[in-house]
Design a binder for this molecule. Structure first.
Ligand SMILES: *Cc1c(COP(=O)(O)O)cnc(C)c1O
Length: 407
């Protein structure tokens, strides 16, 4: 008799985006002819740039000839792509070997899968609010109990609030796996060197491991803020970094990311090299490598011309973030983020709940947002607005908020 994995029935966050869609649909049904403006979704909208399109076309053409055709590639990813990534980190002053990079089909699958190289008894700590996959993958693996009042038993939630500038203090209890996302989705906050150093020191003292998601690093404008956790001394002994071409280059549909497991990384029962060997084992056993076409595209992203074009893409979205920030501030709303990240975190006015303010924005301004409470208990009282969209659509939504929202 087959039995399901009952941990799937513990999951609660799958409810967020379907519920947003349900409320938007109900509003449209009741108000035919109204056009909704969407500031809710973290999905890229602008086309790939010319240098990358050219490389992708070329990669397809190579598959058409017997002389240049390739099948399965190097399991860790194309050597030249890993060398180009190592060179990019070297420009940040970070020294990593190409062997320490693992190319994948994206940061979300790697974020979900990385927990599988760690034992079931590890205590997991997450920023609250957070990108849902960190918690959900650990729920499915069986590291938690049931969810009660938005919190799973067994997970340590590290509140990110106005009081701490949306970056948590180190946990008071002993935790083993610590997920940090900087720049952060959903708050738009970026950790400083000093803030990350505290976590690195904690991890080294407790033989804990930090899983660092840097998918939004290219959106950092402030030259003093770290783009990689390895800019912090000691991180090579305790941190795994996961990142992506999705947001920087518009590869959300192309699919390409990477994970760095330094050979120097250790934990309580793993000497140097062991964590690296386990992730290699996991990927070679369960994953057959990223698309060779996508990897050619990724190499083009890392070329000087590709990097310049992608800076243009990032600047485009960051200008949208500025429009949202300024427009809502002028309206008297309190906003955070949006300066070094493509998300604006809006405090709900008059102590409204996230869902109450979501409904108000929907009904009065016809704007769809994302309720902060969907990202964790400390997201209650906030909304996330996304800068991913066409500029004209962003401007129309912000103008509608300014003209039509009663605050
Ligand atoms: C969008 C996003 C990613 C990127 O995931 P991919 O699977 O590479 O598309 C990773 N982390 C966070 C926090 C994100 O918001």
């Amino acid at each position: 008799m087959a039995k399901i994995n009952p941990n799937y029935d513990k999951l609660t966050t799958g409810y967020l985006f379907p519920e947003i869609a349900r409320r938007a649909r109900a509003f449209m049904d009741a108000h035919p002819g109204v056009t909704l403006m969407r500031l809710g979704i973290g999905n890229t909208t602008e086309p790939l740039t010319p240098t990358i399109i050219h490389a992708l076309h070329h990669a397809v053409d190579r598959l058409a000839c017997v002389e240049t055709y390739t099948g399965y590639g190097d399991e860790q990813g194309d050597r030249d792509l890993r060398e180009a990534l190592a060179a990019r980190y070297a420009r940040l002053g970070v020294s990593l070997e190409p062997e320490e990079f693992f190319i994948s089909d994206g940061a979300k699958p790697d974020s979900a899968n990385i927990q599988s190289i760690f034992g079931i008894d590890n205590v997991v700590a997450v920023q609250d609010p957070a990108y849902p996959v960190y918690v959900d993958s650990n729920v499915i693996a069986g590291r938690t109990g049931q969810s009660v009042n938005g919190q799973y038993a067994g997970i340590v939630y590290m509140p990110c609030t106005e009081a701490n500038g949306f970056f948590p203090d180190i946990p008071r209890e002993k935790v083993d796996l610590i997920y940090i996302c900087s720049p952060n989705n959903p708050t738009g906050a970026v950790a400083t060197h000093e803030q990350l150093k505290k976590f690195v020191d904690y991890a080294r003292a407790h033989k804990a491991v930090i899983i660092f998601d840097s998918a939004y690093a290219p959106f950092i404008r402030d030259p003093h803020l770290p783009r990689s956790i390895y800019e912090v001394e000691g991180a090579r002994e305790c941190a795994i970094e996961i990142s992506s071409f999705s947001k920087e280059a518009g590869f959300t549909g192309v699919r390409l990311g990477w994970t760095i497991v330094p050979k120097t990384a250790v934990c309580e029962d793993a000497a140097p090299g062991k964590l690296h060997a386990l992730w290699l084992r996991r990927q070679t056993t369960m994953f057959n490598g990223a698309s060779n076409i996508a990897q050619r595209g990724g190499l083009a992203v890392l070329s000087p011309q590709g990097e310049e074009e992608c800076r243009g893409l990032v600047n485009y979205y960051m200008n949208n973030a500025r429009i949202i920030r300024e427009g809502l501030s002028q309206k008297g709303l309190t906003v955070f983020g949006g300066v070094n990240a493509p998300y604006v975190w809006v405090r709900t006015p008059h102590g409204m709940s996230s869902w109450e303010f979501f409904d108000k924005l929907l009904h009065e301004a016809h704007v769809v947002s994302t309720p902060g409470s969907g990202f964790g208990p400390s997201g209650e009282g906030y909304l996330r607005l996304s800068a991913f969209g066409h500029k004209e659509d962003i401007e129309r939504a912000v103008k509608s908020i300014q003209d039509n929202l009663n605050v």
